[in-house]
Design a protein around this ligand. Sequence first.
Ligand SMILES: O=c1[nH]cnc2cc3nc(NCCN4CCOCC4)[nH]c3cc12
Ligand SMILES: [Zn+2]
Length: 373
Amino acid sequence: MSTAFRWTGQARFGRARAGHLHTAHGMVPTPTFMPVGTAGTVKAMTMDAVRATGAGIVLGNTYHLMLRPGAERVRALGGLHRFMDWPGPILTDSGGFQVMSLGALRKLDQDGVTFSSHIDGAKHRLTPERSTHIQHALDATITMCFDECPALPAPPETIAQSMRLSMRWAARCRAAFVPRQGYAQYGIIQGGTEPDLRAESVRALTDIGFEGYAIGGLAVGEGQELMFATLDATVPLIPDDSPRYLMGVGTPDDLLGAVERGVDMFDCVMPTRAGRTARAYTERGTLNLRNARHAGDTRPISPHCDCLACARHSRAYLHHLFRANEILGPMLLTWHNLAYYQRLMRGLRAAIIDGSLDVHAAWLRAQWAMEDW
Ligand SMILES: O=c1[nH]cnc2cc3nc(NCCN4CCOCC4)[nH]c3cc12
Ligand SMILES: [Zn+2]
């Protein structure tokens, strides 16, 4: 049985698709949501708990790991899989977006970016080659190209220049990539919300040739309508047998709309960040568990959830933990939120397979609009 990296289709519903991502570190059903494991840990979770939520693949941030503990240290310790005890596939981002979004003191030039560490102020440099080598040292299953994500809104000419820089960097990343059976490198499509620039970017990346393609440059404040319109213009241009990954997205409603538009892979800090700030995701929207109305509520967060928080504890207990600033609060609620996101993805996948995605989508949207139980 070939262990070559590939995505295989299983079912379609309109532009939505269900399939399997085959990698050197195992197979992942798609569509899939990747919990964000920034510094080699999904914050407040053990990797057994991450697995228990149904996650198949996690994301690691190159920026954080290169600063601490350092990529060569992780390589010497056997790579990120062994370091964090996660045997499944790991996708690492390239570090560029974090440098720009963390606002670290940085200087961007045609060759890369120079920045000061937010930890100790030390100077570092990332280039397409160095980012690719760092991700190789981490033994990432899926390596992301080093790119520039322009802030929106921006004039089309600015977007065009930024996209073309990212395309030149993509070619350098591909040249620096070390092909290995079951490993992959994804190109990142840029072009803002300009359909013609998006098309130019897809052409540039498919001419180079990657194992998968990410849609970058979105979820940067453009709003859901423009994000979806850009997906409508871009996703159909990506080779049908290639996996598609929408970076940094998103809310449950974002995930539904993007799956309907043919996206296979997602990552977002929302469920884990919300888990640390007492915000619970449920089938009927979100809850702020610090709110006094939960103080005496003996019900679980959600009656449909099998996570540890919902199986063993009440909303009243979660409310108490957050009011008391107890570490168990973020642990239990992060577990719950990730379990909700995985349940949502499983439901979308099942609906694509049984041909009911339209009905399932209408039901989800109606539920999200309803009042809490
Ligand atoms: O073009 C990109 N290239 C490489 N990495 C990215 C990561 C990205 N992440 C977002 N959005 C993240 C939005 N988050 C939502 C939750 O709160 C934190 C920000 N957009 C992104 C675009 C890119
Ligand atoms: Zn739960």
